[in-house]
Design a protein around this ligand. Sequence first.
Ligand code: FE
Length: 194
Amino acid sequence: MTNQDIVYVVDELATLFAEQGGNEYLGEAVTQAEHMLRAAACAEAAGAPDALIAAALLHDVGHFTRQSSSGEISGHELMSASTDNRHSHTGADWLAAWFPEAVAEPVRLHVAAKRYLCAVEPGYYDKLSEASVHTLGVQGGPMSREEVAEFERGGYAADAVTLRRWDEAAKDPDADVPGFEHYRVLLERLAESD
Ligand code: FE
């Protein structure tokens, strides 16, 4: 990837955050951008590796709907629709074109991780927000025993679960966290390493 490409993709993401980040986040008290920035701040505070901080920052990028010349972010499906929620895959596919697997794959699995935690961790379901409980139904409900085993066998399961916990924690409207530009150098470094 050329330097120009790297600047392009990070600018593209900055634009998405600025233009679409103000969208409502599934009925939560934070906007989509606020939510993703909060997740990234949780990751950073936890001392996570750069790739996982980026994954937290970008985990819901599949909710954004901008078409671009060299990559597409599309397939946005309203969670209220009674279809499977594909935003994790849409986002991960787009990210995989630019960033290492360690960024894209936890994003791909972050919805599965919710279904996983609901199946294996007593009390997890009770901590979900109302919106998250609603989407769980659309996403297929708690995993079956077979699905749990398959999830655990796959790569990035632990990272996806960790990301999921930040996702749940990132809904506090009063949190004071850095903006998108705080992550620019980190994102450029990751894109460069891919
Ligand atoms: Fe999220």
